[in-house]
Design a protein around this ligand. Structure first.
Ligand code: HEC
Length: 103
């Protein structure tokens, strides 16, 4: 009888461990990488390396808030022909970005 109890106890521990592993939260999803792999700007390069497109969006939103002081008509679409997932640039986007003090 004693052996049987031990067996149950150990069995229970194993099952418990198995469940704990199954219940463990999944690793956070990897960030969506930026479309670009070559960068002309430090803003995009740093943000994309740090946290992919989500981080790049944040970086550009923050930058846009400041750049609007110089050009109030500025929006994402001033420079981007389309948004997620490609964020294609208008032909003069990079020049505008630099002219407005972007790095
Ligand atoms: C003044 C021009 C300009 C404006 C305004 C602008 N961007 Fe950009 N954006 C760029 C340029 C230039 C790049 C490419 C940078 C590089 O090659 O290093 C870029 C790249 C990006 C990328 C990286 C995309 C990828 O996957 O490679 C994201 C995301 C992005 N911009 C989001 C935004 C958002 C969101 C806004 C509006 C809040 C915005 N941008 C406004 C010029 C601009």
């Amino acid at each position: 009888m004693k052996k049987f109890v031990m067996f149950l106890a150990i069995g229970g521990m194993l099952v418990g461990a198995g469940m704990a592993m199954a219940d463990a939260p999944a690793a956070p999803a990897a960030p969506v990488p930026c479309t670009r792999t070559k960068f002309e700007t430090k803003t995009a390069e740093d943000a994309c390396k740090k946290g992919g497109q989500e981080e790049a969006k944040k970086a550009f939103k923050a930058w846009l808030t400041e750049a609007k002081a110089k050009d109030a008509t500025l929006t994402c679409k001033t420079c981007h022909a389309n948004m997620a997932p490609k964020f294609d640039l208008n032909p003069d986007a990079l020049k505008k970005f630099k002219d407005l003090g972007g790095k």
